[in-house]
Write a protein that binds this ligand. Structure first.
Ligand code: ZN
Length: 405
């Protein structure tokens, strides 16, 4: 009897504890698409003390071990946000698009606050070699190098730390009094002239006399883009939940806290069965952004894509907006591809359009050009999966023709 009472007592004490799963603060989106903090449960965690799950392990920098729950509050906030949105992105590809490839991907290592450049042979480039900030990157798997004690690695996603740069530090002639938003608008006014990267490089001095004596920071290392300007700007206008700052005389992008950028990076991994992760091209970036937009499922984002889509600069017919040079990757415009894919989806209908774009990856390559490969890919995909290929191809061609392709 006594034993039974003790057992009952233990049961009564342990039951409420068992039911209580840890909840984490993450960045989420409100109805009106503002960044809000939300407390959520994280699915498929395998560890009770760190961000080590069935599909993702979140580590800091070059570490091997997962970030413990009792780490610095901001680090835990970023790790939880990344884990939460990666889980959402994975669910989308596995359960919604039924991707066998994504379902069979081994556990991914996700690095946050990671500054090193990627090295195809060495995994991480030397610490001093052009450390990276304000962007994110998905890296292909590598074999490692046993002679140098570099272990093989799988596909990884790297989120760089943020670094605040005051607009005056950019040392641009006419930009010192302007907010970054204005800079973005300037880009949008000539969206087809060049990529955001090039636009920034021309607008501001490429070398910023930076923090390290005798060694300037390259613009590329502080302002590398993560996806199209549209997705980036979406994240950029995002209110910084850590600094609680809204002043935009400074530029920074905390990519680990921007859901759309997290989706974008996972989409690169998910599409890598056909679109190899060799380098950034307009096609590979536009495809990743398309799926980031789908996962976000935000009517506000959709509206904005549509708005920018009808912008005059989006018309490839206008010679000053679209020239053949855009086909070369350094000029090729991710926004153009993103807008085009989004428009095609709308034309084909939400559901069939989405499956269409997922099929499309099989008929594209990372190195493909917009004018021939993308157009050809769209038509071939339609041949294979459109309900009424003849009719639908005419519709597609009309839309392409309107854009001057
Ligand atoms: Zn990308």
């Amino acid at each position: 009897m006594k034993k039974l009472l003790i057992n009952l007592f233990i049961l009564a004490v342990s039951l409420p504890l068992q039911g209580k799963t840890e909840r984490f603060k993450v960045v989420a989106r409100s109805e009106s698409h503002r960044a809000v903090e939300e407390k959520v449960e994280l699915a498929d965690l395998e560890s009770k003390t760190s961000f080590d799950g069935k599909y993702f392990k979140i580590v800091k920098g070059k570490d091997d071990e997962a970030i413990p729950f009792n780490s610095d509050e901001n680090l835990v906030f970023k790790a939880a946000t990344v884990y939460f949105h990666l889980t959402k992105a994975r669910d989308y590809f596995v359960h919604h698009l039924k991707s066998q490839y994504v379902a069979s991907l081994p556990k991914m290592i996700i690095r946050i606050e990671h500054k090193n450049q990627f090295s195809e042979l060495g995994h991480f480039a030397h610490d001093n070699l052009d450390p990276q900030f304000n962007n994110a990157l998905t890296v292909p798997a590598g074999k490692g190098l046993s002679s140098r004690n570099i272990k093989p690695w799988g596909i990884e996603i790297w989120f760089r730390p943020q670094k605040k740069i005051h607009i005056s530090e950019l040392n641009a002639n006419n930009l010192q009094s302007q907010e970054f938003k204005v800079l973005m608008r300037g880009f949008r006014n000539q969206i087809h002239m060049q990529s955001l990267q090039r636009f920034l490089a021309q607008s501001v001095n490429i070398l910023i006399n930076g923090t390290q004596p005798g060694r300037g920071l390259t613009l590329d290392s502080v302002m590398r883009t993560a996806g199209s300007s549209l997705i980036m700007e979406f994240g950029y206008q995002f209110y910084d939940p850590i600094a609680k700052a809204t002043s935009r005389k400074n530029y920074w992008l905390d990519t680990a806290l921007v859901p759309e950028i997290i989706y974008h990076e996972f989409a690169h991994a998910a599409l890598s069965d056909h679109l190899v992760l060799s380098r950034s091209t307009a096609i590979i970036e536009g495809m990743a952004d398309f799926f980031a937009g789908q996962i976000a499922g935000s009517p506000k984002l959709a509206k904005r894509i549509k708005k920018y889509n009808t912008f005059n600069g989006k018309n490839a017919k206008r010679k000053q907006d679209y020239i053949l040079q855009f086909e070369m990757s350094e000029y090729a415009n991710t926004d153009f591809v993103f807008g085009l894919l989004w428009e095609m989806k709308t034309i084909l209908g939400e559901k069939p359009g989405e499956s269409f774009m997922f099929e499309l990856r099989k008929r594209l390559s990372t190195e493909g050009t917009i004018r021939s490969d993308l157009v050809e890919g769209l038509l071939q995909t339609c041949n294979d999966i459109c309900q009424a290929p003849f009719q639908d191809k005419i519709t597609i061609l009309k839309a392409l023709n309107y854009r001057g392709l």
